[in-house]
Write a protein that binds this ligand. Sequence first.
Ligand SMILES: NC(=O)c1ccc[n+]([C@@H]2O[C@H](COP(=O)([O-])OP(=O)(O)OC[C@H]3O[C@@H](n4cnc5c(N)ncnc54)[C@H](O)[C@@H]3O)[C@@H](O)[C@H]2O)c1
Length: 256
Amino acid sequence: MARLSYTPTTGVVVTGGGSGIGRACCLALAEAGRPVAAWDLDGAGAKETAELAAGHHDVASVGLEVDVADASTFSDAVARSKDALGSIGGLVHAAGVPGPMPVDFLDEDQWDAVLDVNLRAEALLVRALLDELRAAKPGSAVVGIASVEAIVGNAMLPAYCSSKAGLLGLTRSLAHRLAGEQIRVNAVCPGAIETPMLAPALANESIKDMILSKVPLARVADPMEVARVIRFLLSDDASYVTGEYVVVDGGMTTTS
Ligand SMILES: NC(=O)c1ccc[n+]([C@@H]2O[C@H](COP(=O)([O-])OP(=O)(O)OC[C@H]3O[C@@H](n4cnc5c(N)ncnc54)[C@H](O)[C@@H]3O)[C@@H](O)[C@H]2O)c1
């Protein structure tokens, strides 16, 4: 019997690839044979991810220090990634910052910093990668990482909630714009995922219990459980899915 094969096999840029869900995406994609470029503010983390992907799965890879809030660095990073991977047919925007600050203490610079990384960057990254995505089609696709907080409110996170809800709007707009070129754009909305971002909350037993009480599956997720959904959305198995978001939250948003 023939084995299932994964397509496309073009390279993928993963922002936030130095840690957590971004790193898991790099490893899940490499497992399917896709070359990966991990971009992260944490250059050492990005390089470590690239080495793990190449070492475990024998794919081309590169890890680059990139600040996604600074679009002036993108063309150089795209060129270096293209050199290393051969082609770029995918983007995962996983870089993100939480920026807790209830509205009473709203800080204008912090608001801008959260929106710049979580939302604005995806639009500018797609702009920077458009030539490559066009050259690599059919099969080119983008996945942005939003959050359940794109769908429900969190009193402590007005900028984060706004950035993630905005990302869903951006997803639909980009999908509409690029559909004619057969480039798909989707998002995922993770719930509670065990990464360095959630570590401070999970280290506090009462906060951890409160989180788990809201999750019907009664556990937090491994980052790979999000990465596998993203790998699917980047694959031809999702060839008729665009402008959508997939919630990966153990049922959290299905209950009140
Ligand atoms: N962990 C969760 O429970 C959870 C839930 C919902 C959504 N998310 C989202 O998933 C994404 C990944 O988060 P994670 O949980 O893996 O956290 P993480 O902290 O492990 O990883 C985030 C990565 O983004 C990088 N980053 C931050 N600012 C950057 C910048 N300006 N330029 C480049 N890289 C930058 C960090 O260096 C880090 O490596 C984020 O967008 C986050 O909002 C996480």
